[in-house]
Ligand binder design. Structure first.
Ligand code: AP5
Length: 222
């Protein structure tokens, strides 16, 4: 009997550590990481009309319109690797309309992970974040500095990672978060995201392990 793959959503304020935790989760659980922000940045790179439009919203810290985001996420979730291995959806849904759209398309998560981080920490995380364009790895100048000078020299910064822009992104987050949470409250696990990366992962790992064990025991008792 083949097990149904896991379907996980991870949510939290800007720079709460979603991407960092997704890198740790996919390493252990082999899920396909689908990050709305990464899909949008890839679209911007192609120079398409949708990419240009998306960038205008991202620069203002606002949500990119549903007609761009919903299709993008849906198409990625329908690719064979996501269907076969299960998915880890990061940064979507970010509004009630996005949550409803996904449900209507038949995508239902097994668990909704919410990273809770205090606001002063978020700003510091954004400003110090750097990305390795070669490996995709996420660094922080203070909390997870690059391992070598070679990596340090090639690190880049996101165009929306300034103190001014993170405040706009946080406003957008506050305007929408309650409505999204209300849709998933029965399957939500709240995680203290103020802790170290390792401690945050330990909490998430425990929740996912429990979920898999519950599934196993309920399929055995059938
Ligand atoms: P998106 O790319 O999703 O950005 P975000 O939600 O603001 O989240 P981030 O990627 O900034 O942070 P993260 O939580 O992944 O944190 P990370 O792990 O990197 O979205 C960008 C924009 O795209 C939006 O503003 C919007 O315009 C648009 N968009 C995206 N999705 C959309 C949607 N569904 N609909 C419409 N528009 C959409 O960590 C941050 C830093 O902290 C790193 O440097 C990391 O090393 C460090 N760090 C992480 N964890 C810890 C820890 N425990 N301790 C110390 N440091 C840590």
């Amino acid at each position: 009997q083949t097990e149904e793959p896991l379907r996980v959503m991870i949510s939290g304020a800007p720079a709460s550590g979603k991407g960092t935790q997704c890198q740790l989760i996919t390493k252990k659980y082999d899920l396909v990481h689908v990050a709305a922000g990464d899909l949008l940045r890839a679209e911007i790179e192609t120079g398409s009309e949708n990419g240009k439009r998306a960038k205008e919203y991202m620069e203002k810290g606002q949500l990119v319109p549903d007609e761009i985001v919903v299709m993008m996420v849906k198409d990625r979730l329908l690719k064979p690797d996501s269907v076969e291995n299960g998915w880890l959806l990061d940064g979507y849904p970010r509004s009630l309309s996005q949550a409803i759209a996904l449900k209507e398309l038949g995508f239902e998560p097994d668990i909704f992970i919410l990273l809770e981080v205090s606001e002063d920490i978020l700003v510091e995380r954004v400003v110090g974040r750097r990305l390795d364009p070669v490996t995709g790895k996420i660094y922080h100048l203070k909390y997870s500095p690059p391992e070598t000078k070679e990596i340090a020299d090639r690190l880049t910064q996101r165009f929306d990672d300034t103190e001014e822009k993170v405040k706009l992104r946080l406003n957008t987050h506050h305007q929408n978060v309650e409505a999204v949470l209300s849709m998933f409250k029965d399957i939500t696990i709240k995680i203290n995201g103020n802790a170290s990366q390792e401690d945050v992962f330990t909490q998430i790992d425990a929740s996912l392990t429990t979920l898999l064990e519950q599934r196993k025991s309920s399929s055995e008792s059938m």
